[in-house]
Design a protein around this ligand. Structure first.
Ligand code: BV8
Length: 230
């Protein structure tokens, strides 16, 4: 019965003040990705990796959800189980905006994971740079993403798929539009950059402006026809 699946990337958090990964101010700017977002990088230099994620975690305390996060939470309140939100982001802005049914497929900056037992714990504040047993609960390159099987199931019965603020660079998230399309869904993207990916609809502009307008349209459609898909 799944009707609407929404995928978000770093672009949805830009108006909250967080950087994207691959823009000129890219988060990994100055760091080869492999040194930061890989198990090998953590093994080779845990202090560098803990320092990088400590800085990001501290940033989270300085930022707040923006109207795009808030609009998606509002949409979930009306659509309920007819909507599912998957995010590639490791910030907690969707959850702080009130979204509940969220798959954080690349992990969660507010959690740490034991390298041997896999135990996951909530963590706020800095992790000591000398810490090697507790790593950020973040999916690094070469590691299995979280909740993928269940996301593919939802995409396979979606009527609409919307990608918001993602460059479509990273697998397997960059396959979601194709999975949804092959299941007969209408696909759309909201991005500040007009290029990238093949979607049935593309709205170009800032997420904080376009996502509330998109949500209003879906809610209007839902109110008149009970169908959440414009
Ligand atoms: C896996 C956590 C298998 C860390 C991240 C060769 C070819 C193809 C694939 C591969 C390959 N070699 C390896 C792979 C697989 C690899 C991959 O995809 N590599 C790429 C880089 C080539 N993927 C993996 O390894 C994945 N795992 O495949 O596992 C497996 C299976 C079984 C068992 C074991 C293993 C794991 C990938 C997860 C990596 N971790 N993050 C951290 O966050 O620090 S990925 C990282 O990129 C972030 O999560 C980020 O969210 C994600 C995607 O980036 P975006 O969110 O799209 O951000 P980006 O900056 O790229 O783009 C921002 C967009 O926003 C832009 O389009 C911009 O225009 C737009 N924008 C900007 N401002 C706004 C805006 N839009 C709207 N409004 C605005 N204001």
């Amino acid at each position: 019965m799944m009707r609407l699946v929404v995928l978000t990337g770093a672009g949805i958090s830009v108006e909250s003040g967080l950087s994207t990964f691959r823009g000129p101010d890219g988060l990994w700017d100055g760091h080869p990705i492999a040194d930061i977002a890989s198990a090998e990088g953590f093994k080779a230099n845990p202090a560098l990796v803990q320092r990088f994620y400590n800085r990001l975690r501290r940033q989270l305390d300085q930022v707040a959800p923006n109207p795009a996060h808030e609009a998606l939470a509002r949409l979930e309140k009306t659509l309920g189980i007819q909507m599912h939100l998957v995010t590639q982001n490791i910030d907690d802005l969707h959850q702080r905006a009130g979204s509940v049914a969220v798959t954080a497929m690349h992990g969660d900056l507010r959690k740490v994971r034991h390298v041997n037992t896999g135990e996951v714990r909530a963590w706020s504040g800095d992790v000591p740079e000398s810490e090697t047993m507790w790593r950020p609960h973040v999916v690094w390159f070469g590691e299995r993403t979280i909740g993928l099987h269940s996301v593919i199931e939802k995409l396979s019965s979606a009527d609409m798929f919307v990608a918001i603020g993602t460059s479509g660079t990273v697998y397997p998230a960059n396959q979601f539009a194709a999975v949804a399309r092959s299941a007969g869904a209408v696909t759309a993207q909201i991005n500040i950059d007009a290029g990238g990916g093949t979607f049935d609809y593309a709205w170009t502009g800032q997420a904080a402006t376009l996502v509330p307008a998109f949500v209003d349209r879906v809610l209007q459609q839902f109110a008149t026809s009970g169908e959440p898909v414009p």
